[in-house]
Design a protein around this ligand. Structure first.
Ligand code: LLP
Length: 434
């Protein structure tokens, strides 16, 4: 199976996730429902943490990119695991704050922080601002001045690297909406500007090349370009950055065709490239951060659905409709993203029936996955498991068609499960309507 937290019941009929029977979980909590494997999330954090310590030293910490899945419980886990966090909005900052997360360890991103965002983040004591552009730099300076403090920042730069992933999630190219380009000379200008501002404490630089990246050496090339820039700034401005954040982006297995990524090995390769480059360029190795989101939570997650109608259109195609859709799982509709769908209560049957698994929303693009092989006995009431659904599902979910958002259930220790996010009710749907 695509991940080691997927197994079968003794009789081979039921799909187990994190050691627990998904059919029983569907019965207990209802569907659609998000499941999250807490042990897997912690295992990933530990892998990243120990690799960072081993290859970069103990000051270098991984930051969980919480846009992948943001709710109070996950910030508590990140605090317990000693992870830093990347936050992108007042909403994520508030959630982390309410979870008791120490915000001095948070890095605040976004390409357009409003004045209100900046004020809120400083009020809450967010440690670092990852500053995207010059307007923002001045706005941060103004607010820090009012507060009579120095705000630590990293400047987000675009290294001009194409990570060969979906266009919509590729961000490190020169013409990206994110960051300030190195190639055009604008990165040097903004560095000079930041160094001249009295309430800005420029700690270093940031880049993020893209997401769901498998291509070889993308991070090594990113590190190289950024370190060359650091060396250039040392020469031109006498300023040597002490922190470098290389962003997130490692890919995960959605289907059998996707490769396995060994986190320890990947971090060791980036570290080797960075250390070699520093030696060659005559600079010190900065404190290194990375911001994994998807690779921490994706395969710790699953969505369970119940099958409703089955439509066979002879000579054309077949449909299996489930009780959720693009409102809880928008990634196929947005990116045509591939997934593995399994008939969770019929794992021992041959999958000789090919169908599109579709949602219940009033839109033909409401597709979970096309060309899915399922047992031909598939019928109303069967359970469909959508695997690798822990990242960018709940966090990108919507109330389209006024569907309530499903609950998130945490699974741990092979037999414990608990509600981490309550499912929305119909009353929740009209809560803000006047
Ligand atoms: N750091 C920055 C600055 C980012 O923009 C992102 C993702 C990350 C870290 C985390 O990247 P990850 O390790 O999760 O790949 N909604 C899209 C993904 C958008 C990613 C946006 N930025 C999807 O569902 O594929």
């Amino acid at each position: 199976m695509i991940c080691d937290n997927l197994t079968l019941s003794e009789d081979g009929k039921h799909l187990l996730f994190a050691g627990q029977d998904t059919v029983e979980l569907a019965e207990k909590y209802g569907t659609p429902v998000y499941l999250l494997d807490e042990d897997k999330i912690r295992e990933k954090c530990r892998k990243y943490k120990s690799a960072f310590k081993k290859y970069f030293g103990s000051e270098s910490v991984p930051l969980y990119a919480s846009k992948a899945n943001s709710f109070k419980g996950i910030y508590k886990i990140m605090a317990e695991e000693g992870m830093g966090i990347d936050v992108v909005s007042a909403g994520e900052i508030y959630t982390a704050f309410m979870a008791g997360y120490d915000l001095s360890r948070a890095y605040f991103h976004s390409n357009n922080k409003t004045d209100a965002d900046i004020t809120y983040a400083m009020e809450k004591g967010v440690g670092y601002f990852v500053c995207d552009n010059e307007e923002e730099l001045h706005a941060i300076q103004n607010e820090a001045k009012k507060r009579n403090m120095k705000q630590k920042i990293l400047l987000r730069l675009t290294p001009g690297i194409d990570p060969h992933t979906f266009e919509a999630i590729s961000t490190g190219k020169v013409d990206s909406k994110f960051g300030t380009p190195i190639e055009t000379g604008q990165a040097k200008d903004i560095t000079e500007k930041a160094l001249s501002l009295s309430n800005i404490d420029l700690k270093g630089f940031h880049c993020h090349v893209g997401s769901q990246v498998f291509a070889e050496d993308v991070f090594e090339r990113g590190a190289r370009v950024m370190l060359e820039f650091i060396a250039q700034m040392k020469e031109d401005l006498g300023y040597e950055a002490c922190e470098l954040d290389l962003g997130g982006g490692y890919g995960v297995r959605y289907t059998d065709g996707d490769p396995y990524l060994d986190i320890d090995k990947k971090v060791s390769e980036v570290a080797k490239a960075a250390k070699d480059a520093c030696k060659e360029l005559g600079i010190n190795l900065p404190v290194i951060h990375m911001e994994p989101g998807r690779s921490i939570v994706a395969d710790a997650g699953m969505v369970l659905y119940t099958v409703g109608s089955i439509k066979r259109i002879p000579g054309y195609k077949n449909y299996v409709s489930v009780d959720g859709g693009m409102s809880d799982s928008p990634r196929y509709a947005l990116y045509k993203a591939s997934y593995t769908c399994l008939a969770a209560n019929k794992m021992d049957e041959n999958c000789d029936f090919t169908a599109s698994v579709v949602g219940r929303l009033c839109e033909s693009g409401d597709i979970i996955q096309e060309k899915v092989n399922l047992p031909s006995s598939i019928q109303r009431g069967d359970i469909i498991a959508l695997c690798t659904a822990g990242a960018y599902h709940y966090s990108m979910s919507s109330n389209y068609n006024r569907l309530p958002k499903p609950a998130t259930i945490m699974l741990r220790n092979g037999n414990e499960n608990y509600v981490a996010i309550k499912g929305e009710t119909l009353e929740d749907i009209i809560r803000n309507d006047l």
